[in-house]
Design a protein around this ligand. Structure first.
Ligand SMILES: Cc1cc2nc3c(=O)[nH]c(=O)nc-3n(C[C@H](O)[C@H](O)[C@H](O)COP(=O)(O)OP(=O)(O)OC[C@H]3O[C@@H](n4cnc5c(N)ncnc54)[C@H](O)[C@@H]3O)c2cc1C
Ligand code: SF4
Length: 223
């Protein structure tokens, strides 16, 4: 699976990057660690004319304490999150989640921004062009049927997208850990380094004299 030709843009400042994004809007994709974007381009899921490399933008790198909490730059790698003493002390669930992702090599390259912004991972969609062609293209790209929800008129993966996928520069952790009990558990039926089949994060605690339980889960169903 070869890559189609594209022009690589490597801005050094955030204003330059924003200008390029605006100028080439509709035909440009952002590149961070490339662990998801490049395979997707090989699979012909995206065929951008321009690719904008974020890795020279120092403003987007690193973990900093601010008055509001902790700020994590979008190009901070999962490896850096996994090994941050500050995050381990204050937001251990984030560290626990980061260390379950893929393999050390992928965590060295993959960024938190890319992890949040990557496109949906449907086993009928994240496939080569030849594979998708033989099964029938789906609503998400080039087709009008959904293999996961036959008869559906909308991609059900789209509905699950996080609202924060739209924010792309920094991610903030606001909650103090002092009154919370957080855990992250990963379930991987195949015990492989592939994306996890099921993830559960749970937070319990109290605020304003009320006890709360917050549970977030995700799962993917093989075809
Ligand atoms: C084999 C394998 C196993 C994996 N297992 C897991 C797993 O168990 N759990 C899990 O959570 N993830 C898993 N992943 C996903 C992995 O976490 C992501 O591939 C990685 O975090 C993406 O980061 P990246 O920097 O490489 O993003 P890229 O590949 O560079 O980009 C991914 C997407 O996000 C966009 N993007 C990147 N940065 C930004 C930004 N700052 N603003 C706007 N858009 C942006 C890109 O345009 C692209 O569409 C796995 C991936 C692989 C290949
Ligand atoms: S959920 Fe359906 S429409 Fe969406 S990517 Fe998967 S097969 Fe395609």
């Amino acid at each position: 699976m070869s890559l189609a030709p594209f022009q690589l843009l490597r801005p050094r400042t955030l204003p330059d990057a924003l200008g390029m994004l605006q100028e080439h809007s509709g035909s440009i994709r952002v590149l961070a660690g490339g662990t998801d974007l490049l395979p997707s381009m090989r699979q012909k899921l995206f065929e951008p004319k321009y690719v904008l490399d974020l890795r020279r933008l120092d403003e987007l790198n690193g973990i900093r304490e601010t008055e509001q909490g902790i700020e994590i730059g979008a190009v901070t790698t999962l490896h850096e999150i996994e090994h941050s003493e500050l995050l381990r002390e204050r937001y251990p669930v984030l560290v626990e989640a980061a260390e379950t992702v893929a393999s050390p090599v992928l965590r060295n390259m993959g960024t938190i921004g890319g992890n949040i912004c990557l496109d949906t991972r449907c086993l009928w969609y994240n496939q080569s062009l030849a594979w998708r062609k033989s099964c029938g293209f789906c609503i998400k790209k080039d087709g009008d049927l959904c293999h996961v929800a036959p008869g559906g008129t909308k991609c059900c993966h789209e509905a699950l997208e996080w609202p924060c996928r739209r924010s792309s520069d920094r991610h903030h952790c606001h909650e103090s850990r002092a009154s919370t009990g957080e855990r992250y558990r990963r379930n991987d039926f195949r015990q492989s380094n592939d994306s996890n089949d099921c993830g559960i994060s749970r937070r319990t605690g109290s605020a304003h004299r009320k006890t709360f339980n917050y549970l977030r889960t995700h799962a993917r169903v093989p075809p």
